[in-house]
Each structure stands twice: as C-alpha cells, then as structure tokens.
Design a protein around this ligand. Structure first.
Ligand code: AQP
Length: 332
C-alpha cells in the first residue's frame, strides 16, 4: 500500500470548514486505500506563542475532532508529533541542508511574519517548513494530502529529499502533494478572494465546525455572492457562488452540474438557505461525536499512545539510516 502522511495544528481549538474539506476529509478517504499516518502537530503550533494549558487541551481536542471526522485508529496511525522525538531530530539535519535564501522564499512565512512584525516572528516560524519536510520524509510518504496553501512546502520537501539522496545516497521517498481541485482551497465567506483561515479578517467569513450551528447557519446565509442572479460555477467571475457550490457539492456528494440545474431560475437566497441546512446537518453530529471523545480522555490518550508507538517504529528506522548516511558515529 502506498503511504500517506499529513498533520494539523492544534492552535485554534475548533477546526474550520477549510481544514475539513481541504485536508481531513481526504485523510478519512485515504485510510481505506493507503498506509496512513496522521498527526496533531504541536511542535508546529509553538512557532507562535501558545498558552501551555490551552495547547495541551487543544491537542486532545484536535485528536477528538479527527476521530469525530471519521479517522479510525484501526485503519490509520493517529499520533501527536511531540510524542515522536525523531521529528525534531530529523528537522535539524534538514535545516542544515536548507539554504537561508531558499527558506526565505516560503510565502507562508512571509505572510505570517509580516502579520506579526518581522522582529516578533520566531526562528521556529522561519524553519516551520523544514520541520514539515522532516515530518513527511520520516515516514517515507508517497503522498501528502493537504490544502493548496501547502503546495510550496511539499515542493521544498521534494527538493530537500532529492538533495539529500544525491549527496548521501538513496534514502528518502520523493513525495507528491495530494490536493483536490474542488476543495484544495475553500474561500472566506465574506471575501471569496482569500482562503478561509483562522486568522481571517472577520469571524463572519469563517465556519468553525464546533461553533453553535445556529450561528453557523446565519454565516452561510449572509455569505457574499455577487450582483448577478444566476447560480453558476465560474470561479473567475463568480468566486462567492462557486465557493458555496463547491462546499455544497462536497458535503452532499451532488455534482456541480446537478446543483446548477436544481437552482436554475432561483435566487441566491434559495441556495444559501439550503446550504445552511446542509452545513448544520454536518456540524451537529460532528460536534456531538467530538464531545463524546472528549468525555473519555483515557480512551483518547490510549489511542494516541498506540499511535505514537507505531509511528516511532517507522520514524526511528528512517532517522537511524539518515544519521548513518550523514556520518554520525553510532553510539555504542
Ligand atoms: N481554506 C482552506 N481550504 C482548503 N484547505 C485548507 N487548509 C487550511 N485552510 C484551508 C488545510 O488544512 C490543513 C491544516 O492546516 P493547518 O494546520 O495550517 O491549520 P490552520 O492553522 O488552522 O490553517 P489556517 O486557518 O490556514 O491558519 P493560518 O491562516 O493561521 O495559517 C492543511 O492541509 C491546510 O492546507
């Protein structure tokens, strides 16, 4: 079975609809066909300041949401990044192979450090993509299911894997991004020119899965569309409507063309009212299932402990091979 690896940050508490449709939904599907490794990336989270109590609570919450979304610990390996020390260890080696200029070109770093102020941004934030490289290469992943915003980091992963292999001998699998066209980038409901994100300009544009479903329905109904009235999928000229159609289609499994037909001659209001219902029908059981996992922290922690053990077995082997290739004297 080909292998997949991906991760999600435990930073915001609730996952948002972009996280779910862009990434987590693919993870659930891929556990059926792939040898799948999924993790809550707490090492990545501390690249920006975190409250310690909140970080550990949010790590459990992220794991609970992944299980609620449909990850099955019998079909995939689910773990917490800091439980596998090899991530930080391989990241150091990869840091030493990465050019300063190369890392400086990562657009996510540029955006995030600009938002924080360059002097406030941590060195950890700067090397965030290199840690991600280590995450992926440790598991010899063939594919990495992520949203479009991660494409550049996967490119960096491929470059560094090739560089390492060229310099030290074949060691790492060269991974490919697994990004779906329809859901690789879910847009902000108030500004369909930017991606839906936890650092959105207005909370009205962001659908948090754990929010009150009534408030969520309202956000969907007040999504920005355009001054035209025709429900048609056209990402260039009708980004708002297309975003809503994409979300609708993915959550219900209905083709876009069928939806266009269904709303022919109807106004945007009808589409939004129906989509609000679709979203509420999705988030309501999701919230309940998440709460059930949270109510039983022992089971949750034991799932994560088993996951870490399975992950470490793979990670330790890759790290020891890497250390040997680099020329580190084996400890006796
Ligand atoms: N809008 C999106 N559309 C599709 N996929 C998305 N992802 C994030 N936003 C969208 C994908 O979700 C996965 C987890 O990403 P993360 O750990 O970076 O989560 P986040 O920090 O909550 O992401 P945000 O909201 O984008 O935060 P900011 O803007 O602060 O960085 C990834 O696979 C990502 O591609």
């Amino acid at each position: 079975r080909p292998r997949v690896l991906s991760g999600i940050q435990p930073t915001a508490g609730s996952f948002h609809l972009g996280n779910y449709l862009g990434a987590v939904r693919q993870w659930v599907a891929l556990q059926e066909t792939h040898d799948a490794f999924y993790m809550v990336v707490d090492l990545h989270a501390i690249t920006v300041p975190q409250d310690p109590k909140e970080l550990s609570a949010n790590t459990r919450l992220a794991a609970a949401q992944l299980l609620a979304a449909g990850l099955d610990p019998d079909r995939c390996t689910l773990f917490v990044q800091s439980h596998v020390p090899e991530h930080a260890q391989l990241a150091w080696v990869m840091n030493c192979l990465t050019g300063f200029g190369e890392a400086s070109r990562m657009t996510q770093f540029k955006d995030k450090s600009a938002r924080q102020g360059a002097d406030r941004a941590s060195v950890g934030l700067f090397t965030y993509p290199v840690l991600q490289v280590a995450d992926i290469l440790l598991y010899q992943a063939d594919e990495v299911p992520v949203g479009e915003d991660q494409r550049q980091h996967i490119e960096l992963t491929r470059d560094l894997a090739e560089r390492f292999n060229g310099r030290f001998g074949e060691t790492f699998t060269i991974p490919k991004p697994h990004i779906l066209k329809e859901t690789g980038k879910i847009y902000d409901l108030q500004d369909p020119s930017i991606k839906m994100s936890k650092s959105a300009s207005t909370p009205k544009g962001l659908i948090n899965l754990l929010d009150d479903p009534k408030a969520t329905a309202k956000k969907v109904r007040s999504a920005v569309t355009d001054t035209d009235t025709v429900v048609r999928y056209d990402t260039e000229n009708k980004p708002g409507v297309s975003n809503l159609l994409g979300i609708y289609s993915t959550l219900t499994g209905t083709g876009i063309a069928e939806l266009e037909q269904r709303y022919e001659g109807k106004l945007y209001g009808a589409l939004k009212t129906d989509l609000a219902e679709v979203v509420v029908d999705f988030v309501t059981p999701f919230r309940d299932r998440t709460q059930q996992y949270l109510d039983d922290p022992e089971t949750l922690d034991s799932i994560l402990a088993k996951g870490a053990e399975k992950a470490r077995a793979v990670a330790a082997e890759t790290l020891s091979q890497t250390y040997e290739r680099v020329g580190f004297l084996p400890a006796k």
